[in-house]
Design a protein around this ligand. Structure first.
Ligand SMILES: Cc1ncc(COP(=O)(O)O)c(C=O)c1O
Length: 392
């Protein structure tokens, strides 16, 4: 069956694509390679820092590559959202002066102790009274705790993955927790996360409105509000407003609810890193319109499988031979199969590639700086990959 003739959404600007092609031909990678574009990371950090009128934290979980963390720190990001003790250790090692918020609502007792006593972490999040007790107990009734209460938002259908089903207290529960936490902490905050890849700008306005209502209901002084991550990256197939539109909505909601005096935080992951990532994979076999790659669902392409249909990843072909004469720019629909023996390891796509794609060619997957290297596993012995920071 021949797919419709359409042109690929470019994964790369023209000057970048020729430099990436040269690099790929030079290193000839037999395993997946994550390229992280330093200038793009720096630009994204500057965009957030200049447009958000509060503290921008980087959500490390999204891409814990050392070069990425250092680049963001050099660009001016000094506060980090860590989800685990390993992320706390990593940030402390790479950015010794960083301020670290331990933002997982369920932490082990050992992790809390180590974060507080060994790494100087003072900011912890909770969405239950049990976790609050755990934090207070394991820090030995410390008098310098900064506690954020996590509020669940109503289901966000426009997020690619809604988070409030798993984390966060109800408005009533959050008000109660604010009240209880106020008694044991030096600073008190409220936070929410609207879900990753939230394409609806108004979800932040609704979150701030609900947060204002919870703060009123709690009747205690609240010192900070954290509007989470969830800012979207521009994947083809979705309408994504620019970052400035999200910031305008946040600014307006803050004014509407008279919260201007409150210190604000946001904790983006994807929107800081996705556009900086290029994942180079190789075609090991072609079966009609199925391309068997050296990477897949258990490697750097987990989201390419999870988000079939609406969200697409832009792809760019690098033919095996540098002097290959491209017969035509026409693209067709392909699907991908990952390297493992598991048939869950398939990605329907469709991925738009030239029909001459063949074994030994490389495919550069764009917009792959978020939740790619972070999600790699060794399943079936296909864990080998490398990362490179590039300056273009
Ligand atoms: C608590 C928290 N903050 C921030 C993020 C980053 O979200 P995103 O990458 O959608 O910006 C996540 C993602 O899982 C999260 O759980």
């Amino acid at each position: 069956m021949t797919g419709p003739i359409v042109f690929s959404t470019p994964a790369l600007e023209r000057d970048v694509s020729s430099r990436v092609e040269k690099l790929v031909h030079k290193i000839h990678p037999a395993h997946p390679v994550h390229l992280f574009r330093r200038p793009v990371l720096t630009q994204k950090a500057h965009d957030f820092l200049s447009q958000f009128s509060g503290t921008v934290m980087y959500a490390v979980k999204c891409n814990p590559d050392e070069g990425v963390i250092i680049t963001l720190a050099e660009a001016g990001i000094t506060t980090f959202d860590a989800a685990s003790i390993d992320e706390v250790r990593l940030v402390r090692r790479l950015v010794p002066d960083a301020r670290i918020h331990f933002m997982h609502t369920v932490k082990s007792r050992e992790a809390i102790r180590e974060a507080y006593f060994d790494h100087g972490v003072r900011v912890f999040v909770t969405d239950t009274i049990d976790e609050l007790h755990k934090i207070v107990h394991e820090t030995q009734l410390a008098n310098d705790l900064e506690i954020f209460v996590r509020l669940a938002l109503p289901k966000n259908k426009e997020a690619t993955v809604d988070f409030s089903a798993k984390f966060g207290a109800t408005p009533k529960g959050a008000a109660f927790l604010l009240h209880e936490a106020r008694l044991v902490c030096s600073k008190l905050g409220l936070m929410f996360h609207p879900g990753t890849q939230s394409t609806n700008v108004d979800v932040f306005a609704r979150g701030i409105a609900l947060a204002a209502e919870v703060i009123r209901r709690a009747g205690v002084k609240v010192d900070a509000l954290d509007v989470g991550g969830g800012f979207p990256a521009p994947y083809p197939g979705q309408e994504v407003a620019p970052l400035s539109a999200f910031m305008d909505v946040i600014r307006q909601a803050v004014q509407d609810h008279h919260l201007e005096d409150l210190p604000f935080y946001c904790e983006p992951g994807r929107a800081l890193t996705a556009e900086a990532g290029l994942l180079v994979v190789r075609v090991e076999q072609r079966k009609d319109k199925a391309l068997y790659l050296n990477d897949g669902v258990y490697g750097g392409l987990v989201e390419a499988a999870k988000w079939q249909g609406a969200v697409r990843f832009p792809v760019h072909l690098v033919p095996k031979h540098p002097d290959f004469v491209v017969p035509s720019e026409k693209c067709e629909e392909f699907r991908f199969c990952g390297p493992t023996c598991d048939s869950l390891d398939m990605m329907k796509g469709p991925f738009m590639l030239p029909d001459y794609v063949a074994e030994g060619d490389w495919i550069v997957v764009g917009l792959s700086g978020a939740y790619t290297n972070a999600c790699r596993s060794d399943f079936n012995g296909f864990g080998l990959s490398r990362t490179m920071l590039i300056d273009f």
